[in-house]
Design a protein around this ligand. Sequence first.
Ligand code: NAP
Length: 485
Amino acid sequence: MLSLNDPLLLKTQLFINGEWVDGGSGSSFPIVDPATGLQICEMTSGNKNDVNFAVHCAQNAMQKWRQTTAKNRAEILKHWYALVMENIDDLALILSAEQGKPIAEAKGEIQYGAAYIEWFAEEAKRVYGDIIPSNNANQRLLTIKQPIGVVAAITPWNFPNAMITRKVAPALAAGCAVVVKPAEATPLSALALAELARRAGLPKGLFSIVVGVDAIEIGKALTDHSLVRKLSFTGSTKVGKLLIKQCADSVKKTSMELGGNAPFIVFEDADIDKAVQGAMASKFRNAGQTCVCANRFLVHSSIYQEFTDKFVEQAKKLKVGNGAKENVTVGPLINASAVQNVHSLVLDAQKNGAIKVMGGEATELGENFYLPTILTHVTPAMRIFNEEIFGPVAPIVAFDTEEQALELANATEAGLASYLYTQNYARIWRFSENLENGIVGVNEGIISSEVAPFGGIKESGNGREGSKYGIDDYVEIKYVCMGGI
Ligand code: NAP
């Protein structure tokens, strides 16, 4: 049992129309700590009837909410932000238990997630329209931005808190209502956020959460519902493509934050110690389970050995274990099948000539753990170069010329994050412009913040979360033409 200061933050029911209710399926399922395999609690499972009711209530609630002033919405969001920060210790315990990341990282995620609530509380007041110079003397032209309607949000298990706030905060700020389906493995962080939003005074119906074991049924109910006008999804590219198709029938607006395959490029003129520091942060955070994790290290051949030696030296300092324990820096993967998938990529690389410098094996810690692993002599022919690893494995590829580095970096359908280490400012410009990614980190391994636009190009998705652009995904632009003037 989790030892929380406020045990009422641990919720095991759905949150619909401001009330805690049992799911319509009549069944329940266990939420399990991936580090210990122990059950945290039993969670009630929702179905399409719960979705339909939540959407109906959202539509009703939003009629009043959209008429409130931005200042009023901002005040409630700020109160929610304050409650999240007040309860950070409990929220981090819940997050670490259901997801596995170390407590310090879990606290980092709560702060990061809360920052989106605070940011969009402020941005609510800056949803400006335009006055357009008319080409007709008798007319005046203007635009206004209006809430898009009921929003559906489907989120993954790797950031159970922040992936919710990045969507819910801008939607509420814009005047919309939201129905969230969190990942089956990690609903507790989402439900605790809903409880805090309720305490912050958010009117009922504006933020509902439907959890369930049948993601296909719940997803279909959300995408089929005519009152849902927007779907914001974070997850795999495969499911994202499916949901875009499902949204086509009712022409819903979509935002897609999908998978990545980030190149991490280190040139011969880079500060190698800084590059290693960035590599450690980008690769091993959340045990390698982030969409912006460096997936392929492209290193100039003249510094290949030096970079590898220093990277291995640092990676050997990582402490793998139960994230609830002190000093642990790498927790478990989300489940045993994730471990098997990561291991199959390592085996395929080794079979095709990669050399394992460290890790790459099972540990007595349990079937959900995978040791930090570094592979050299990796080539584009290997699966690990082309697939998202989603685990603590760093494959290193050598290159000789700038052209070759760019070609290797862009040789993927994914286009989320990229990283570049060099001191040459002209090259920084060339690469920042020519890398096919939504985000470029230059001499920096940690790139995400609420003030900057987060999102991908190519098959990594569309739309941007955070920044002054983030609220655009939740509004429609209406053009008003005033004649007879
Ligand atoms: P996933 O399998 O696509 O699941 C994401 C969410 O979609 C979960 O809530 C899941 O529910 C749900 N889902 C699965 N199949 C569905 C269907 N047919 N209809 C409706 N919903 C469905 O992805 P994941 O393995 O949880 O997350 C990892 C992926 O997310 C990686 O590819 C990662 O790169 C990506 N990601 C991207 C970003 C970004 O900002 N670009 C951020 C974080 C993660 P259940 O879990 O209940 O099955």
